[in-house]
Design a protein. Structure first.
Length: 447
């Protein structure tokens, strides 16, 4: 793992200390994950004011609330990959008793179904949360307040129903599915429904007009666990963030995680926050971070990952009226990216050039613009001349003689066909059907 320099660690400590003091947070943990694991963490304040001065650590459990939705979403996508459902399945195909038709799994994952936010019954007022039967009865009494895909509308109710979908398809509880499919393979032993009895943060409400915190209750949210029932630690969330950055097939394929991180709908009119399939997509300048926030009485949390660098920030706070957890988590991650970036991977020379590609390499022009075709590690790739470093090359996979599939990057999925003269010299390429020539030409000009 790449170490974080002492200077950057000092800057991270200052961010955490300032946020805890200004936000009047009884006990705050900030952490950074990098290169597959926890790289830095620090606790400030007290995990429990009955033990003043005992600061929380990376092993202190907090209620992570709506982080739970990301675990629900990964489980749903694993079921999709196994052929047990599709993203276009309608909920009434999976839960026949539902009276709301036309709601798809994709809409549910991306908060674009238009369904109301919470279960019926003013649950956050009464603190009486539904069991499975009550959840389904209440679902049929709930409103579809918007048109599908018309606008983003966050819904704890919808994610609670996704938990029911998982239970029906798996024949076991939502948590048992999450534990077997995600937590055990990733060795996240302290991510549990509610607290596990180990070191944990007491939740508080800090009133605006006094500095005397009030203890918050620990709630049992019943059949809503799939939308917000989990507790976890910074150490475990570092493992989760590392998986999001670099998935393991035993949990979910990299292609599927990438699919989950594609925007499905924008949350705000400035296109700063979007939503994928279960993940928040938060744009910060030229970078996009992926993750989620969580809020329960006395616990406000956030985890966001910059996937290209594998760097994540984690924020855990034990107060209801906490500073923005997404801002704190991303501030920590960006500080590392800006002041202590990982060293570039050393360049290593290749060993072979496929014989049929030797005369293909070099510059080709399409629509008047140059593209450079090269071989890296024995594989054909192409980049637009002058493209920024952050833009990945198009990567090609050979299908048959002179026919390649673009497997990633520009025009992913499209074919590249090579045409040769009688001597075997390439004369033209057709990439996604667009003509590529050795010299720039106008449309309609003869080759």
């Amino acid at each position: 793992m790449t170490e974080i320099s002492a200077q950057t660690q000092s800057a991270l400590s200052r961010i955490v200390a300032e946020r805890q003091a200004k936000g009047r947070v009884p006990g705050l943990v900030g952490a950074v994950a990098r290169d597959g694991g926890l790289a830095w963490s620090e606790g400030v304040g007290s995990a429990d004011l009955d033990r003043p001065g005992a600061a929380p650590t990376a092993d202190t459990q907090y209620l992570i609330a709506s982080h739970s939705k990301t675990f629900t979403a990964v489980t749903i996508m694993a079921l999709r990959d196994e052929g047990k459902l599709t993203l276009d399945d309608q909920l009434d195909q999976l839960l026949p008793e539902t009276k709301h038709g036309g709601i798809t799994v994709r809409q549910m994952l991306s908060h674009s179904s238009g369904m109301q936010r919470e279960p019926v019954g003013d649950v956050w007022d009464t603190m009486a949360f539904p069991n499975r039967d009550e959840l389904l009865t209440g679902w049929n009494e709930s409103e579809r307040i918007g048109k599908p895909h018309h606008r983003f509308h966050y819904s704890n109710l919808v994610y609670s129903l996704l938990g029911e979908v998982i239970e029906r398809l798996e024949g076991r509880s939502w948590y048992d599915s999450v534990k077997a499919r995600i937590l055990q393979p990733l060795e996240m032993s302290r991510t549990t429904v509610g607290f596990d009895g180990g070191p944990a943060a007491q939740g508080y409400y800090v009133p605006p007009w006094s500095d005397v915190p009030v203890k918050e209750p620990v709630l049992d949210i019943g059949a809503m666990n799939a939308c917000g029932g989990l507790a976890s630690t910074a150490a475990d969330l570092a493992k989760w963030a590392s998986f999001i950055a670099d998935p393991v097939d035993s949990v979910l394929s990299a292609d599927t995680v990438e699919e989950m991180c594609q925007p499905q709908i924008m949350v705000d009119e400035r296109w700063v926050l979007g939503f994928g399939l279960g993940f928040m997509l938060l744009r910060l300048g030229n970078r996009v971070t992926v993750g989620h926030t969580g809020g329960m009485p006395g616990h406000i949390t956030g985890t966001f990952v910059h996937r290209p660098s594998g760097t994540a920030g984690i924020a855990l706070m034990n107060t209801t009226s906490a500073p923005d957890p997404a801002a704190l988590a991303t501030d920590l991650a960006l500080k590392v990216l800006e002041t202590d970036p990982a060293k570039p991977t050393p360049w290593t020379p290749g060993t072979t050039i496929p014989e049929d590609l030797t005369t293909v390499l070099g510059t080709w022009y399409s629509e008047g613009s140059p593209f450079v075709f090269s071989v890296v590690g024995g594989t054909l790739q192409a980049v637009a001349q002058g493209a920024p470093d952050w833009k990945p090359p198009a990567i090609f996979e050979k299908l048959s003689e002179d026919v390649y599939r673009t497997v990633s990057g520009r025009e992913a999925g499209e074919l590249l066909r090579i045409t040769r003269d009688d001597n075997g010299t390439p004369t033209t390429l057709h990439w996604a059907t667009y003509l590529c020539t050795r010299q720039p030409i106008a449309f309609g000009e003869q080759v």
